[in-house]
Structure formats: structure tokens, C-alpha cells
Design a protein around this ligand. Structure first.
Ligand code: ZN
Ligand code: FE
Length: 255
């Protein structure tokens, strides 16, 4: 079991606070803002065992050092990118596990948004913390990887169980939905998800987490292997990675 708390920060970030109840162990995923985390920790007695980082961008690591100083927590992040994580305590690679009390996270390397990006998968809890790799109805921009690299990363996430909840790092869903509908307007599951997302946002409710099953059904970036979507983009017969790359290019220029 894992208690998972959503901590909104900045304009549209979600930091995720995890507490394993049998041990009281606490972790936070991608604490861009230390103050937000400290405020949430105080009713829990101030304990913080681990920072679990997905990648080095400031909105994900900005609170690392202040939190370490305030709580004595340890910092875990990608070994391949350790040089960009000041004061990192544990560098992890694909397949490594990290214990949080009785729970355990497995590391999945998901490069593309950045070259060191990793995702943290709590298999028993059906919880995936994927940073800026996969968003609801979207995916991260390719700052340090090409389309093939990102498609391979997304394909690894798609192989997880459909019931997996996708705890991504940003509330981008509504804007993502507008692009998704522009490229895939007749896809019924997407239209249904759009209606749901609009209603949630209209009352200020979060759209995250979704499930991996929902994303596989609705998210155009995960549907790059669907021949109907390829044909709609004028790419009939192209590889899924090529279709994915075209979708990403179009999204980059979408207003
Ligand atoms: Zn990022
Ligand atoms: Fe981010």
C-alpha cells in the first residue's frame, strides 16, 4: 500500500508525496518547490526519506537541496545523468529497485525528453511516476532525444499493465486534448475523454492520474502504431516511430 498525495506547484506541476503506512516511510517525486513539500510534510511529522527524481529540469529538482538540508533525506536519480544532480546519493539504472518501507519501486529508463530521464514504477501499487515522458493525452518534448528514442521509451511504458495509474508531472491534459482532437477528430474514446477532461477542468479538478489503459486508448502519441492514424496523417505504411515523430513535430508547431 502507498498513500499518494498530489501537491500542485508553479503553474501546472504536480509533485507527488508518497507514504508507506506500515513503516511511515515518505518519499517525494520531483520536488521542484521545497516549500510546497515542507508544508505537506509537517502534518506527517516532517519525515522525508527519499527524493525520487525523474530528470534534471529545475521544475523537478529545484527543491532537492533545501529538502535534503531540512530533513536529511537522500536523493535518488538517474546514474547516467548523475553529474546534473547536485548532492545525489543513489544513482539508479534500468531494473534497479528502491525500497520505501514495504513498497518497492523499479526503475525504467525512459530517455527522450532528456537523455537521462527515468520513470519510477511501483508494480504492486499499480503506480507509475513518469515525470515528463508520458502525459495524459500527450508526451514530453524531445529536448535531448530523437523520435526513435522516445518511441522506445513510450513502448516500454505501454508494456506495463493497463490498470497502472499514470502519475505524470504536469496538468497539460486539456491543451493536449485540443491537439489530439485536431489530428484524430473521429476517435470515439478520445472524444469521450475530452468531454471528461473539460468537465474536470471546469470545476478545477485534476485530470491526473489517468490509467495506462486510458492512455493507450486515447493518447495519439501511444497510438502511433495504429494504421488508421498513420493513414490520417498521410503516412500509411510508415513505422510507428516515424508516425510518432510526425505527431511530435506537429504538436511542437500547434497553436
Ligand atoms: Zn522536463
Ligand atoms: Fe517538467
Amino acid at each position: 500500500m502507498l498513500d499518494i498525495q498530489r501537491l500542485p506547484a508553479f503553474d501546472d506541476n504536480y509533485l507527488w508525496l508518497l507514504r508507506e503506512p506500515s513503516s511511515g516511510a515518505v518519499a517525494v517525486v520531483d520536488p521542484g518547490d521545497a516549500e510546497v513539500v515542507l508544508a505537506a510534510l509537517s502534518p506527517l511529522g516532517g519525515r522525508l526519506d527519499w527524493i525520487l527524481n525523474t530528470h534534471h529540469h529545475p521544475d523537478h529538482v529545484g527543491g532537492n537541496l533545501a529538502l535534503k538540508q531540512a530533513t536529511g533525506c537522500r536523493i535518488a536519480g538517474p546514474a547516467k545523468d548523475a553529474a546534473r544532480f547536485p548532492s545525489i546519493d543513489r544513482g539508479v539504472v534500468e531494473g534497479d529497485t528502491l525500497a520505501l518501507g514495504a513498497s518497492s519501486a523499479r526503475v525504467i529508463e525512459t530517455p527522450g525528453h532528456t537523455r537521462g530521464h527515468i520513470s519510477w514504477w511501483f508494480e504492486a501499487e499499480h503506480a507509475l511516476f513518469c515525470g515528463d515522458t508520458l502525459f495524459s493525452l500527450g508526451c514530453g518534448r524531445l529536448f535531448e532525444g530523437d523520435a526513435d528514442t522516445m518511441w522506445r521509451s513510450l513502448s516500454k511504458l505501454m508494456a506495463l499493465p493497463d490498470a497502472t495509474r499514470v502519475y505524470c508531472a504536469h496538468e497539460y491534459t486539456l491543451a493536449n486534448a485540443r491537439f489530439a482532437l485536431a489530428v484524430d477528430p473521429d476517435h470515439a474514446p478520445l472524444r469521450a475523454r475530452f468531454a471528461e477532461v473539460k468537465a474536470l477542468r471546469a470545476r478545477g479538478a485534476p485530470t491526473v492520474p489517468s490509467t495506462l489503459g486510458e492512455e493507450k486508448a486515447c493518447n495519439p502519441f501511444l497510438r502511433a502504431g495504429d494504421p488508421a492514424l498513420a493513414a490520417r496523417l498521410g503516412l500509411a505504411g510508415a513505422s510507428a516511430a516515424a508516425v510518432f515523430g510526425e505527431l511530435r513535430r506537429r504538436k511542437d508547431g500547434f497553436r
